[in-house]
Design a protein around this ligand. Structure first.
Ligand SMILES: *Cc1c(COP(=O)(O)O)cnc(C)c1O
Length: 355
């Protein structure tokens, strides 16, 4: 059945992603308050601040009191440096490669050296050291670390760190095992600041805090930091509505069939914008009223059952305080990190609380 278009209303088809910088700063303060006053709380803003824009998130966090940042690539560090000025430290998790020399010298990006080879090759003045306490992803295991212990001591690293594999599961035996391994491996470096914990490790309590913590996802409102303020709102414009008879189908594969006369709204955005096609049982919200997504999510469009709404709003909301990145993640069988970092480039990004 033919529907009516909303062309006359002059709406734009661009979806709007609203990012609350005040909420990010509040989340940082809340995580900071979970460790003692002698523990520095850094901020991880790799992958463009988990997709939310390091150029905006970085300066907001500097204003909130962050003085150490972590990125995952030298290039990310260079871009961040332009946004936050010269004083904050920027560590690069991926360590050192020869091509990073300019980033190190001109932009003050500090590599977290993660192999004996990197320790020997690196000639810069400042560094961190990454140890492998059991995750087997990055960093030196004990024999490799021991083989360059003197070179490392001579470099006077600003940080020695490791990363927990299971910190989002508080009772997982890996946590205590990695804590013990890290403590043992670093026993000979009493004067070097130490860091073991990301968001999950902060929540494990003070034995895991050492001298610095490195939260990422908790800043952006995601699990396992359940007290986080939600950070993102995603509004998708309604570009068409259609009235269906019972028995008519919607979308690819005709996978959803109306069981009653139904009104279907088509909104602009789809899996090309990071709204995962695998997500099942999700809603779009008209204010606080949930409207079920029906039919398959396609590349640029999503169809929604709005039969029970008294009127059709100009946009419907996918992410809000009622349906968070973690709700969507669970519905798609993934984690909030992947939802955030998948949020697409076609959204108009609007920042709250910039100054
Ligand atoms: C990504 C990352 C973090 C931040 O982790 P969250 O779980 O997002 O808090 C900290 N440390 C390392 C080494 C990382 O790779």
């Amino acid at each position: 059945m033919q529907g009516e278009t909303q062309l006359e209303q002059g709406l734009t088809m661009q979806a709007r992603l609203t990012i609350d910088l005040n909420a990010i700063c509040d989340n940082w303060r809340a995580l900071d308050a979970l460790s003692g006053s002698a523990v520095e709380t850094a901020a991880v803003i790799k992958a463009d601040a988990y997709g939310l824009g390091a150029g905006k998130v970085g300066p907001a966090l500097v204003n909130a009191g962050v003085s150490t940042f972590f990125v995952a690539q030298a290039e990310e560090g260079v871009a961040l440096r332009a946004a936050i000025g010269n004083s904050p430290r920027i560590f690069n998790f991926s360590g050192y490669m020869k091509g990073d020399d300019q980033a190190v010298k001109e932009y003050g990006i500090i590599p977290v050296l993660n192999s004996a080879e990197q320790v020997r090759a690196y000639r810069g003045a400042r560094c961190g050291i990454q140890l492998d306490s059991g995750m087997n992803r990055l960093g030196m295991e004990l024999p490799e670390f021991a083989s360059v212990a003197l070179d490392i001591a001579a470099k006077r690293p600003e940080l020695v760190m490791s990363h927990l594999a299971c910190a989002d599961e508080p009772y997982h035996p890996m946590n205590a095992a990695q804590l013990l391994a890290f403590t043992t491996m670093t026993a000979a470096m009493p004067a070097t600041p130490k860091a073991l914990s990301a968001t999950g490790g902060i929540l494990l309590g003070s034995p895991y805090h050492f001298d610095m913590t490195r939260p990422g996802i908790g800043l952006y409102g995601g699990a396992p930091f359940s007290d986080a303020r939600p950070v993102v709102t995603l509004d998708l414009p309604v570009i068409q509505t259609r009235d269906l008879l019972a028995g008519e189908a919607v979308g690819y594969g005709a996978s959803w069939v109306a069981t009653r006369p139904s009104r279907i709204a088509t909104v602009s955005s789809g899996y090309a914008d990071g709204i995962l096609r695998a997500a099942k049982g999700i809603n779009l919200y008209a204010g606080e009223t949930p409207c079920p997504v029906v039919g398959r999510i396609s590349m640029d469009l999503i169809t929604v059952d709005v039969t029970d709404l008294p009127e059709i709003p100009p946009h419907l909301t996918l992410l809000n305080t009622l349906q968070t990145v973690d709700t969507l993640a669970t519905a798609a069988g993934t984690i909030g990190y992947e939802i955030l970092t998948s949020l697409g480039s076609r959204y108009k990004r609007v920042y709250i609380g910039e100054s």
